[in-house]
Design a protein around this ligand. Structure first.
Ligand SMILES: [Zn+2]
Length: 95
């Protein structure tokens, strides 16, 4: 399910991390672009961005904000999004 449609390689965390667009990943094996299902992916991205916004707003202005809040929040979001793809909650468009 969460595999590249061209070469059948598993989608790796790096392909999520390296993608500027969360709805269009690139296979780390064959470089084929992997389209994320727009509905499930869109909902997941919207929820993740909302959570990021809430957390950043809640901690805004504390000492070491970027290092202690922004960086970990972004990393956790990337991991979370990757897991949603792995678990098949966020689906991959098959075309
Ligand atoms: Zn591939």
């Amino acid at each position: 399910m969460s595999k590249c449609s061209k070469c059948d390689a598993d989608i790796t965390f790096m392909s999520v991390l390296n993608s500027p667009n969360p709805l269009r990943l690139k296979c780390s094996n064959c470089k084929e672009s992997i389209k994320i299902h727009s509905v499930t992916g869109g909902i997941a991205v919207a929820i993740i961005f909302a959570l990021i916004g809430i957390v950043l707003y809640a901690f805004y202005g504390i000492e070491g904000f970027w290092l202690k809040v922004v960086l970990p929040v972004i990393l956790v979001s990337e991991v979370g999004y990757f897991l949603l793809i792995k678990l098949g909650v966020v689906k991959i468009s098959s075309n």
